[in-house]
Design a protein around this ligand. Structure first.
Ligand SMILES: CC(C)(COP(=O)(O)OP(=O)(O)OC[C@H]1O[C@@H](n2cnc3c(N)ncnc32)[C@H](O)[C@@H]1OP(=O)(O)O)[C@@H](O)C(=O)NCCC(=O)NCCS
Length: 167
């Protein structure tokens, strides 16, 4: 399959999002109808992969601040953290790739881009947290090194120090 050049940039609310189809109607509806409102209200940021030529919106993810209760983390990690009730995090609430572009590495590229943004930020975060919509989505994140919360198998996290060590 030929490589597609991606550009990952903040979503411009003026771009046509109607053709976007990931195979997950809730993720598509959110992207088509709600994300720009959430951006305006400052409750999320949204980044998109643009496939050239054609300027197709090939994938998107959202980022917002979050916190992780220490009780959600495995005991061996908690031992190495200060005894605060929670630690700061960045949440990737949604990630989706258009079906026309799935299986070409773009999901992994978007994940790496989100980790790089969280690492570059001036405000500290311990981990990137993701909400998987189902077990196969959780498997995608586990494939990339994410660990599940102790009591919520569909919420996973990757310590940013671990991601940094991979760079
Ligand atoms: C899940 C999704 C984001 C993956 O994107 P993609 O571009 O098709 O995936 P990639 O081509 O980047 O796959 C990257 C790697 O993850 C692996 N992978 C993909 N889906 C996987 C899954 N469900 N379980 C385990 N591994 C998976 C691939 O085999 C590939 O492995 P490799 O790098 O070792 O070759 C995409 O299929 C999608 O948008 N699905 C619908 C919405 C969804 O499920 N979103 C998930 C968040 S809730």
């Amino acid at each position: 399959m030929t490589a597609v050049p991606w550009r990952i940039v903040p979503l411009d609310p003026g771009w046509d999002r109607r053709p976007f189809t990931s195979g997950s109607p809730p993720l598509d509806r959110y992207f088509q109808h709600q994300v720009t409102q959430d951006i305006r209200r400052r409750v999320t940021a949204c980044f998109v992969a643009i496939a050239e030529p054609g300027h197709r919106l090939a994938g998107y993810y959202t980022l917002a601040s979050a916190s992780i209760a220490l009780g959600d983390l495995p005991a061996d990690l908690v031992k190495r953290l200060p005894r605060y009730p929670s630690v700061p995090a960045v949440r990737m609430g949604r990630l989706a790739v258009d079906q026309a572009f799935q299986g070409r590495g773009l999901g992994g590229v978007l994940l790496a881009d989100a980790l790089a943004r969280a690492l570059r930020a001036d405000i500290a975060a311990y981990a990137l947290v993701v909400d998987a919509k189902d077990a196969p989505a959780a498997a995608f994140y586990q494939h990339h090194g994410f660990l599940a919360f102790t009591s919520q198998p569909l919420t996973l996290f990757l310590p940013l120090a671990t991601a940094q060590a991979w760079h």
